[in-house]
Design a protein around this ligand. Structure first.
Ligand code: PLP
Length: 331
């Protein structure tokens, strides 16, 4: 079902699957805040797990250590477009009878061992926000192959009404609806959907363009003082959502923020994905998380930056980024 955002999809996924106040949901410390806020808005308790330094994805062996008798779900995030280790995660979930809800906001094109992202667990959530791989301005999608969840998602996604507007105002005349639950206003508009239908036709050409930029960056930055993104694993398809080199701050003798400022001065747009969740003031205050809790996420958080990566980044732009990053990181 098309929705107005991935945040809505994540919330609706957990709510429809029956996540309740007091339940624990395990996710990664290296993600966007929306992943964690959606857990909190179900009344559930977010339980963070550290990520791997190379893949930046949640570490399955750390998940096991965080499972308690309150754990209801695992919420993996396919970071930067690289699928998590879904074989291990699904094994853990099945043996412990846990739900798996995938955050596929970066990963609409991603595949792992022959399966598409969003189809491993119980429910998959996608984003078409303006920075994502395909866009509808604001927008999202929720996928499930569970008919019970699908039925609840349809009703809860639109006020809890038993019939949507298409069915209420059809040519056969007005039909009464009943409110069968206290639902949410999470629908995608027809205007967004019209953009999405056109965007879908370009999904492969956009992906190819990003893959080419990714490879050009990799070749150009090979000998700079930074760790390049890990190569995609065998039998997977990377969605190339973010290009995230890690600055070797020791070798360079400068902080990542210094590099950001220097790139900004060179007129290069940069981002940071992400400062780890547990270091933001709200979560620190609410859950007592502190520095040192998730060392790999912190290690990445101090070094990571995102360089321009989109089909709209042309040949000249790539050359500009290469020149600026090489200049800034020159020893
Ligand atoms: C963008 C993003 C979201 C939220 O998507 P919206 O469509 O903006 O709500 C959730 N999780 C991750 C990892 C994201 O990057």
């Amino acid at each position: 079902m098309a929705l107005n955002s991935c945040t809505a999809a994540l919330h609706l996924a957990m709510y429809s699957a029956g996540i309740e106040p007091g339940d624990e949901v395990i996710t990664t410390a290296m993600t966007f805040c929306a992943t964690v806020n959606a857990i909190i808005h179900c009344g559930a308790i977010p339980v963070l797990v550290d990520c791997d330094r190379a893949t930046m994805n949640i570490k399955p062996e750390e998940i096991e250590k965080k499972i308690t008798n309150k754990t209801r779900a695992i919420l993996p995030v396919h970071f930067a477009g690289r699928c998590c280790d879904m074989d291990s995660i699904m094994d853990i979930a099945r043996s412990r009878n846990l739900l798996v809800i995938e955050d596929c906001a970066h990963a609409v094109e991603a595949e792992y061992h022959g399966k598409k992202s969003g189809t491993f667990g119980d429910i998959g959530c996608f984003s078409f926000y303006v920075t994502k791989n395909i866009i509808t301005g604001e927008g999202g999608m929720i996928l499930t192959d569970n008919e019970g969840y699908a039925e609840r998602i349809k009703v809860l996604g639109l006020h809890g009404m038993s019939k949507d507007a298409w069915k209420r105002f059809s040519d056969e005349g007005y039909k009464h609806y009943q409110v069968v639950d206290a639902g949410f206003k999470y629908n995608m508009t027809d205007m967004q959907a019209a953009i999405g239908v056109e965007q879908l036709k370009r999904i492969d050409s956009y992906w190819k363009a990003r893959q080419e930029i990714w490879q050009r960056y990799n070749e150009a930055f090979n000998s700079l003082p930074c760790v390049l993104p890990a190569e995609p694993e065998k039998d997977t398809r990377h969605a190339y959502h973010l290009y995230t080199p890690l600055v070797d701050i020791n070798k360079l003798g400068k902080s990542r923020d210094w590099v950001l400022d220097a790139l900004t001065a060179e007129n290069i747009g940069v981002g940071v994905h992400y400062m780890p969740i547990h270091l933001h003031p709200f979560y620190r205050k609410t859950y007592g998380w502190r520095e040192g809790d998730f060392p790999n996420a912190e290690w990445i958080g101090e070094r990571t930056l995102s360089l321009p990566l989109s089909a709209a980044v042309g040949d000249r732009d790539v050359a500009d980024v290469v020149e600026a990053f090489t200049k800034v990181l020159a020893l």
